[in-house]
Ligand binder design. Structure first.
Ligand SMILES: [Zn+2]
Ligand SMILES: [Zn+2]
Ligand SMILES: [Zn+2]
Length: 344
């Protein structure tokens, strides 16, 4: 089984794969990526296309035509386990110390969310009704995975473009549920909790008020949702999408906000893609950790955290300084970035 190890200095967990790869793996990987890009871009061998349901692991969830059986066509969105997962669903955590170090089994869930039966439809062209089905699928996965007490956090994310880590050309997102809260999320949660401790207000709600007052970083807003360039992002043209009404967990989103979110997500991605001629990008959903009661859970989580989506186009490469220091350098100001995206 794969193993999770904790860096004792930074408290950061890493996954070490069981079948340790020799150097040539990294060369072959490059070649395989190029081959796959050529082969599945026309859908000829794509395992996510309708009619090839038998080529994927057994379906976990689908929004499909009523009465149609599992693992057959006539679905709108479909969720399957990821082939060769990093986190394995069966087993116990097996957490133990080895000398001064901590390790545990790589228990978790790795799933692929197929966003559409259509091989070549880009997410920004799905239409509001269909994008709402994709978001409903996200909700379903978080709700289901949170029933498992082994999982502390459910990540939903999308990689688009080979250099952003895309697995298939067919439109898809990924789900990873982990037995620990990932470090990046933990730092955000701690920051929000500390702010709440002093001010007794949600930091994200305060950010939204400040952005609405300043106006200069807003890309788009509706009654329920806002998209803006954060004041001090990591990467140029990074933007965040948030519900205006306070809510710590994405899966609690109400229907009206869901339609607004579909509209804003599709529109902002489309604008970004037009502006940069189809750049590789990621988006990641930052939602509350599993709220199942635990001894180390803080009672203000519902008030101090506010779910959001972070969208980052990959426009620059990070230097050694940025990699290591996490001191990022922005060639374009967030104010200009918001203006450029908005004006598309
Ligand atoms: Zn396909
Ligand atoms: Zn809030
Ligand atoms: Zn975040």
């Amino acid at each position: 089984m794969h193993e999770l190890r904790k860096d004792p200095i930074l408290s950061r967990w890493v996954a070490v794969l069981e079948d340790s790869k020799p150097p040539h793996y990294y060369f072959e990987r490059g070649i395989e990526h190029i081959e796959r890009a050529g082969r599945d871009s026309d859908g000829a061998k794509c395992i996510l296309c309708p009619g090839r349901e038998d080529k994927t692991p057994h379906e976990i969830f689908a929004i499909r035509e009523i009465g149609t059986p599992q693992n057959t066509p006539n679905w709108q969105t479909r969720v399957v386990p990821k082939p060769n997962p990093t986190f394995q669903i069966e087993g116990d955590l097996g957490r133990r110390g080895i000398g001064m170090y901590d390790r545990m089994n790589s228990i978790g869930a790795n799933e692929i969310i197929v966003e559409s039966p259509s091989h070549d439809t880009h997410p920004e062209d799905l239409g509001i009704t269909h994008m709402t089905m994709v978001l409903t699928t996200y909700k379903n996965r978080i709700n289901e995975l949170e029933k498992d007490p082994r999982f502390r956090y459910t990540f939903i994310y999308k990689d688009c473009g080979k250099t952003a880590g895309e697995l298939y050309h067919h439109p898809h997102s990924q789900v990873i549920a982990t037995p620990v809260i990932p470090k990046g999320i933990k730092e955000e949660l701690d920051g929000a909790k500390a702010y709440y401790y002093y001010k007794e207000r949600c930091i994200y709600c305060d950010i939204i008020s400040e952005e609405l007052r300043a106006e200069e970083r807003i890309i788009m807003e509706t009654k329920n949702i806002i998209a803006f360039s954060p004041f001090a992002p990591r990467l140029p043209f990074e933007f965040w999408i948030m519900p205006k009404r306070h809510s710590c967990a994405f899966q609690d989103i109400y229907d009206e906000a869901m339609e607004d979110l579909s509209l804003i997500l599709m529109t902002t991605i489309k604008k970004m893609k037009i502006l940069f001629k189809n750049p590789p990008y990621n988006y990641v959903l930052h939602t509350a950790p599993n709220r199942m009661p635990r001894k180390d859970h803080w009672h203000t989580l519902g008030e101090d955290f506010h779910w959001h989506l972070e969208v980052t186009p990959h426009l620059t490469t990070k230097s050694g300084f940025e990699w290591d220091s996490e001191f990022y350098i922005l060639p374009t100001s967030p104010e200009d970035a918001a203006k450029y995206i908005k004006e598309v």
